[in-house]
Write a protein that binds this ligand. Sequence first.
Ligand SMILES: [Zn+2]
Length: 469
Amino acid sequence: MTRLGPDTGPPRAATGRRGAPGRAPVSNRRGTPPGDLARRPTEASDPVAYDRPVRLQFLGGAGEVGRSALLVNDALLLDFGIKTDTPPQYPVGSTRGRPDADPEAVVVSHGHLDHVGAVPALLSGSARPPVHWTPPTAELAMVLARDTLKLHGGTPQCPFTETELRRLTAASTLCGYREPFEAAGHRVELFDAGHIPGSAHVLVDDGDTRLLYTGDFHTDDQRLVAGSRDRPDADVVVTESTYADTDHDDRDVVERRFVDSVRTTLWEGGTVVVPAFAIGRTQEMMLVCDAHDIECYVDGMGTEVTRLLRRYPGFLRDAEAMRRATSNARFVTGRDGQRRRIADQSTVVITTAGMLSGGPAMTYVPAIHDNPVNKLCFSGYQVADTPGRELLETGSAEIGGRHLRVSAQVESYDFSAHADHGGLRAFLDAYEGAPLFVTHGDSCDRFADALASDGHDATAPALGETVEV
Ligand SMILES: [Zn+2]
C-alpha cells in the first residue's frame, strides 16, 4: 500500500481509460421505477484488467461523520454528501460543494443527506456523470435535494440550483441489488446493507482489485428493514464505524422499555413527543407503535417519506406491517393550530426534526414542555451542539428561537440503524487479511487500532488522504 498523503491535489479529471464496453440494458426487478427516474444501467462485463493498485481518495467522511465521498481510480465517485455544520461542509476537492474535477460516474450508497446531499452539484457546468442508485435512494435524494433547495436555495448552504436538480432526473440510473452494472469502466454490484430501505454495500471491481465500500449498514434486523446478510468477496474494504464505541442493547429490550414508558405517560394523561429523523426512523417508530397497538400522529417530512417508501415494498422487511402502520397512524397536515390541539391530547406524536433543529417539533415541544406528566422520547443519537443533545444534558435548550427549561420528562432510546461494535467486528472478520480503511465515525483511529491489534490490516485514513493499495 502506498500512502500518498493529503496533499496530492484535487482529483484528476477523468480520462475514461479503463474502458467501458457497451451491452444490452438490464431491467430493474425491485420496485417500480418512479416517473422519469428510469434510465437503465449498463450491464456489466468483465472490466479490463490492469496490473496496478486501486487508488482511493478519501474526500469526506474520514475521521468524521458527514460529507461522505470516496473517489476510486480518479474516475468513480462513491457518495457525495453534506456535513450539516454551520456553515455546511462539503467534500474536499470541491468549492462550495461543486467538484473541482468531474468524476466519470457516481454511485450512491443510500438516501441520507451525509451521503447524497451534494450530488446535484456534480451536474453543474457541462458534466453529465450517470448517477447509479437503487430506486428508493433516487427518490429520497430528490426529496432531500428539494428540501435543501427550498430551505437554503441561493445561499452557500445549498450547493446546487433548480437546473442541476432537474438534470439529476436525466442522470439517474436505477440499479437493483445483485445486478452488476458498469460505471466508469468498473464492474459495480450493490448488496442490501440493512440500514434504511434501498441502502447498499457497493462492490467495485476494477479488473484487478475488488473494493467493498460498506456505506452505512446494520447487521441486526429492524422492523423496517432486515439486517445486512451479504458478505461479498473483496480484496479491500472501506467501512463505516459510527457505533464502533457502543454495544446496543437488544432491539426488543429497547422497544419494550420505550413501549412501557409511553404507556405510563398515556395512562397518566400526558402527551409523548417522539423526535425522529424523516428517513428510516419515523417509519421504524410508526411500526413499533403499531406493533404494540399504540395510536400515533406522524408529522413533518417523515409523512412524505413514508408514502414514498410504501411504493417500494420489495425494499421493506414487511410491507404488510408498513401498510397497517400507515393506515393506523394519523398524518398531520400541518397547521400550527392543529398541532397545538394534538399536543393537548393524551397521545403520541412522531415528528421531525430528530435532534430538535427544526420542523414541527418546534411547535410540539414548546406546547408540552412545562408539564412534568408529558414526555419527550428521543429515538436516536443526538449529535454534539444540537438542541436535542443540549436538552438531554442540561434539561433546557434553544427550541425554535426560545430558550426553554423543560419540566416534561426527557428520555433517550437507541433505535440505531447502524451496526454496533460487535456487529462491525463480526462483519469485518469476514475480510481477514484484506486492507481495511475505517471511516464515518468519531473514533476511527481507535477502532482501526483495535482491529490492528487483533491482526487486521486496518488504518484510519485522514481527510483528503490518497492511498494506493
Ligand atoms: Zn445513513
